[in-house]
Design a protein around this ligand. Structure first.
Ligand code: CA
Length: 229
């Protein structure tokens, strides 16, 4: 079984071959691209687990490639930099790269970074205990989008789920209606804070034994809402 699929984007043939050889030897499946356009195509068609992305590339440079990919792809990206100012740019632009390596680098260091990033990514995406928030007998499964109280599953609309997940993920903390509207509905939502009150009411009807005397979803007078932890 492959240890993971890695896309290497590098126009310098010698370096590309050295990287390919070393990753191949470690058991990874390696695909390559030699310019920015090829990189975008391969990132989508090959679904790699990690992208090694050089900055100086023909067609589109690595900065552009990273920026475009980050709009809809969460794959880890390691940038390869050749100059000091490129490092500053990688760190300063918040491009969404996960790591960078300054050329020249040792193969040992390179392989260690690759391994560390893939391990971290695998741990994050693994559905397990960490993705279920439990508050007393309430369980919110973030991966499966399921909610249950004890053994009974509760059916929520997507927005009810998002609101509950946000509060549950920050249990005990009080949030204003404005804050919840912004975080759960998004900045460009056109509506008012009563939307939040309405959804809280619906959630209470589904989650509380006595919706008029809530014990989970608490109103904090003059401030907002919290979930009791
Ligand atoms: Ca290059």
């Amino acid at each position: 079984m492959s240890a993971g699929k890695i896309l290497i984007v590098e126009d310098e043939e010698t370096l590309l071959e050295v990287l390919r050889y070393n990753l191949d030897k470690e058991g990874y499946t390696v695909v390559t691209a030699a310019d920015g356009i090829q990189a975008l195509n391969s990132a989508r068609s090959e679904s790699p687990d990690l992208i090694i992305l050089d900055i100086m590339l023909p067609q589109l440079d690595g900065f552009e490639v990273c920026r475009i990919l980050r709009k809809d792809i969460t794959v880890p990206i390691i940038m390869l930099t050749a100059k000091e100012e490129e490092i500053d740019k990688v760190l300063g632009l918040e491009l969404g790269a996960d790591d960078y390596m300054a050329k020249p680098f040792s193969m040992r260091e390179f392989k260690a970074r690759v391994k560390a990033i893939l391990r971290r990514a695998a741990a994050q995406s693994k559905p397990g205990e960490a993705s279920v928030i439990r508050i007393a007998d309430l369980a919110v499964d973030l991966g499966k989008h399921q909610v249950s109280i004890g053994e009974a599953s509760v059916s929520l609309t997507p927005k009810e789920f998002d609101l509950l997940a946000y509060l549950a993920g920050n249990k005990g903390r009080v949030f204003s209606r404005e804050h919840l509207l912004e975080r759960v509905w998004g900045y460009d939502y056109v509506g008012d804070t009563r939307t939040v009150d309405v959804h809280i009411r619906w959630l209470r009807e589904k989650l509380e034994t006595e919706p008029s005397k809530p014990r989970r979803l608490i109103t904090v007078r003059g401030t907002g809402y919290k979930i009791e932890g």
